[in-house]
Every structure is written in C-alpha cells, then in structure tokens.
Design a protein around this ligand. Structure first.
Ligand code: TPP
Ligand code: SF4
Length: 284
C-alpha cells in the first residue's frame, strides 16, 4: 500500500469492519488509474454521512464532504463545473437509497458521468443499527427488535432499470477484485454504480453468508434483461460487472466540448450579453 495515500486522521471504524476492505481497494485503484492516465489531482471525491463517509478523511484526495443523501448531487455539480475532472462518491445504503434515492435515480437516468460506490451493509450503522432500505426481511436492530417485515430494495436492479450505463457488485472481502471494479467504473464514461457487499461486524455481520455465496462473473450480461436477472439471483451472489453499455453522457449532451472552468466568460462580457438579451426581449 502506497504510504502517500495515508492521512493523519485517526481511523475510528470497528476492527474487522468491511469498510476497511473498501478503503484498501480504493487505495489500490488510485495508482492503477494513474497508469491509465488519470492523475490523482484530477480525481475528486465526495461522501455522504455515516460510517462509510469517514473514508473521505482517510484518503488524501481533493473533494467535498457532502450531506446525508446528497453526495451524488454534489459530484454531479463538480463534474458540470469542470468536466475535465473524474468524480466519485462513497455512499451508504441508507444514504443512497433512503435519503438520496431520487438523486440516484435521476443521475442514472441522465447518465451523469459520475461513479457512485455504495457501502451496502443493510443498516444505518453510524446511528446504531436502524433498518435501512436494503435490510433483509427479518433483520433485527434497536429500532426493530421484532424484525423487519419489509422486503429489501434491490439497488442493482433499480439502477439498471433507471438507466445506469455501468452496474457492478463487489465484496469488501475481495479487495483486489473490488480495486479492479473501481478502476473500470471510473474509466467508464457515464453513470457507474458499484454496490459493495459490506459487512458491519457490529450491526449486520454478513461475512459468513457472503463468503459462502459470492461468485465472480467474468463478463457483463449482453442484454439488460439478463443483467436484471443476475441482479435478482439469491442462490449465489454474483460479483463483477453485471452490465456495461455506451450511451451519451449528460455534460456532453448539455455542453458539447465546452468546459465552463476553462472557457470562462469575463464579467464584462457576461454583462454585455445579458444586456443584449434583455433589450431584445423588451423590444418584442
Ligand atoms: C438529512 C439527515 N437525516 C438524518 C441524519 C442522521 N444520520 C446520520 S448518519 C445516518 C445513518 C447512515 O446510514 P448509512 O447511510 O446506511 O451509512 P452507514 O453508517 O451504514 O455507513 C443518519 C440517519 C443526517 N445526518 N442527515
Ligand atoms: S458500526 Fe458497523 S459499519 Fe460502522 S464502523 Fe462499526 S462495523 Fe463498520
């Protein structure tokens, strides 16, 4: 692990937490991305609020620590402000599919060129184990001592149906595999989603189940319908890229090749154009 990728922040995750696997995979992905020509100075990160969000403090990259459920909007704004940047955010399952679900759906729908990595531990861990949108039926926690009566949301099929152009699942216990998924997701032009199976050793310790059920898939499904079927398998838990397709991306549809950060209009020129526009409108 490269030393320059460590920060002075004290790590407060519980020993054995799946978040360590995600952090280590991300640290392995950064130099690999550099080999693909993505300078770490041009890789900007964000995070929501939760145990997952602390990852923001543990990697020395530029970014903006966002609000609960809002980091996908934050990175979309950064991308629109400077399309030359690569942007990535870390979200929790509660964060992304509770508070932030509409941002997720619309980012996928418009094929915003962002990467979202969800630390899916099936619980609101930081706030001590309430049930989340992805908690399994029967999940017990302090807010639900008699067990969750709802069926869990399937983030993979939701993102596929919403129009995501890259959908993958990783496992915090398979660090090298996850590192490669992160590299592929960041290199993908368009909305890339990685759902990471992340055991919370305190509130939802799923290591045993995941170790028994995960199965690496070698290539994405060719058709959307087949990817949705893969996403809905429960006898095994397929990990890898489920679906990948090339589609027009939002900022290019909007701007073409224009970059507002580089081709900024000077103040006087902006005022002149607004004045011309207004006087034309008033004459009509
Ligand atoms: C708008 C808003 N609602 C609620 C909270 C309180 N809150 C902070 S973290 C959190 C739970 C986070 O759960 P999740 O997103 O699943 O992340 P995890 O802690 O499991 O990584 C909640 C409810 C908040 N900070 N902001
Ligand atoms: S509470 Fe769970 S998710 Fe949070 S750091 Fe501890 S083990 Fe990890």
């Amino acid at each position: 692990m490269a030393d320059e990728l460590t920060t002075p922040a004290e790590n407060t995750w519980c020993p054995g937490c799946g978040n360590f696997g995600i952090l280590n995979a991300f640290k392995k992905a950064i130099p690999k991305l550099e080999q693909h020509g993505i300078d770490r100075k041009h890789l900007v990160i964000s995070a929501g609020i939760g145990c997952h969000g602390k990852i923001f403090d543990y990697v020395p990259l530029s970014g903006l620590y966002s609000l609960h459920g809002r980091s996908m909007a934050t990175v979309q704004g950064i991308k629109l402000g400077n399309p030359d940047l690569k942007v990535l955010t870390f979200a929790g399952d509660g964060d992304a599919f509770g508070e932030g679900i509409s941002h997720m759906i619309f980012a996928a729908k418009r094929n915003a060129d962002i990467t979202v990595i969800v630390h899916n531990n099936g619980t609101y861990a930081l706030t001590t184990g309430q049930f989340s949108p992805t908690s399994g039926k029967g999940f017990k926690g302090p807010s639900l001592p008699s067990g969750n009566v709802e069926e869990p949301l399937n983030p993979l099929s939701l993102m596929l149906e919403a129009g995501a152009s890259f959908v993958a699942r990783g496992y915090a216990g398979r660090i090298d595999h996850l590192a490669d998924l992160i590299v592929e997701a960041v290199l993908h032009e368009g909305f890339s989603y990685i759902d990471v199976l992340q055991p919370s050793v305190v509130f939802n310790n799923t290591y045993k189940e995941y170790n028994a059920l995960v199965e690496i898939i070698e290539k994405p499904a060719g058709r959307l319908e087949d990817a949705v079927q893969l996403a809905k398998r429960f006898d095994r838990l397929p990990i890898g890229v489920l679906y990948k397709v090339s589609k027009p991306v939002y900022h290019k549809e909007l701007y073409g090749k224009w970059n507002p950060a580089v081709n900024r209009l000077m103040h006087e020129e902006r005022k002149r154009r607004i004045a011309t526009y207004l006087s034309e409108r008033l004459q009509k």
